[in-house]
Design a protein around this ligand. Structure first.
Ligand code: NAD
Length: 350
């Protein structure tokens, strides 16, 4: 398996996947519409590589996607293109249905038509990999254990409902039409090239600029954090070695409350760039909670550990320190986003 079409490869996780695959010598075609969160600057490292091509296309444009797939003749499609921010899904859910549900449907159709035209052994080896989220499982209580691959779907937000729907369509294309699919549901990612609307990059940039650090509710909501490069490594294993029809939970075994994440960032910045007159922690402000805010997500990743030999390699403490350093060193990447695209204002109050 060496030719791969990636959708959403200009986004946060997609660009980490593209950088990894191109670096490892795969032939990669990246299909991305370049919405507000898509950014070709995240792919500067692979730009011009002979084994990398970019196509600016909306996944809802089925004929265009079908042409690209026919030209690329991939062994696998890794589907990451999505609207990905819960707060934006509260303010404007229509876009989430359009890309995450309808777009996935169009991509599945294009993939199915291509797959049906393949000869053996290419046909049996082909994989359609849907990259999904742990948010499809809904909320856990503090004492509720972990999400496994068997946990019932119970999404809370328009975002997680759209991803859950896409997961169901992907499984249906396997059971009904035989398309060889594999799925993965991952916990919260963080790392370099993260669009600064999500908790970690937003907090880093606000703290660097001495602005207030909003924390939803009392900051007690818990997420299971995973470094994006650990996720990209898991995705390469799943697409190349995962079993057809299976799903794999991917997580960092690293539960942290939102408040403790924000405090950790403040402590790293206090060490790197002390704030005159006090700690960065003094900037923390509790604000009205997100509507429908899931209390806790936590992943049981025993299956991928046991079957594919994957474990997270980056500890949260190392990963957060490296991420803060990356934002300190890479203003060229985030400054244009802050000034032209998203300045950090509150979203998703409903
Ligand atoms: P992102 O918002 O950073 O990137 C999404 C990318 O998809 C962007 O490059 C955007 O331009 C592209 N895109 C959006 N609509 C498109 C369309 N109609 N056609 C083509 N391209 C389109 O998101 P991300 O955080 O990198 O997430 C990538 C995937 O991983 C998503 O499917 C998301 O649900 C899933 N996921 C994310 C996380 C996380 O913590 N960020 C965790 C688990 C799963």
């Amino acid at each position: 398996m060496h030719k791969i079409v990636v959708t959403g490869g200009a986004g946060f996780i997609g660009s980490a996947v593209v950088r990894r695959l191109v670096g490892a010598g795969y032939d990669v075609t990246n299909i991305d519409k370049l919405t507000y969160s898509g950014n070709l600057a995240s792919l500067r490292e692979v730009d011009g590589a002979p084994n990398y091509r970019f196509q600016r296309v909306d996944i809802c444009d089925q004929p265009a996607v079908a042409r690209i797939i026919a030209d690329a003749r991939p062994h696998a499609i890794m589907h990451l293109a999505a609207e990905s921010h819960v707060d934006r899904s509260i303010d404007g859910p229509a876009e989430f249905l359009e890309t995450n549900v309808v777009g996935t449907f169009h991509l599945l159709n294009a993939a199915l038509a291509y797959w049906r035209g393949l000869d053996e052994p290419h046909r049996s080896a082909f994989r359609f990999h849907h990259i999904s989220t742990d948010e499809v499982f809904g909320a856990l209580g503090f004492e509720d254990g972990l999400f496994s691959e068997q946990t019932r779907y119970d999404p809370s937000s328009p975002y997680s409902a759209s991803k859950a729907s896409a997961d169901h369509f992907v499984r249906a294309w396997n059971r009904t039409y035989g398309l060889p699919v594999v799925l993965s549901n991952c916990s919260n990612n963080y790392g370099p090239f993260h669009f600064p609307e999500k908790l970690i990059p937003l907090t880093i940039l606000n703290a660097m600029e001495g602005r207030e650090l909003p924390v939803y509710g009392r900051g007690e909501n818990v997420r299971d954090w995973l470094h994006v490069e650990d996720h990209a490594r898991a995705l390469e294993l799943i697409v190349t070695r995962g079993d057809v029809g299976e799903s794999y939970n991917v997580g960092g075994r690293c539960e942290r409350s939102n408040l403790s994440v924000v405090e950790t960032i403040c402590d790293v910045l206090d060490a790197r760039r002390p704030r005159p007159g006090g700690s960065h922690r003094d900037l923390i402000r509790f604000v009205t909670d997100r509507p429908g805010h899931d209390l806790r997500y936590a992943i049981d990743c025993t299956k991928i550990e046991r079957e594919l030999g994957w474990t997270p390699a980056v500890s949260f403490e190392q990963g957060i320190a490296a991420t803060v350093d990356w934002f300190l060193d890479n203003e060229w990447w985030w400054r244009p986003i802050r000034e032209e695209s998203y300045a950090g204002q509150r979203l998703g109050t409903g």
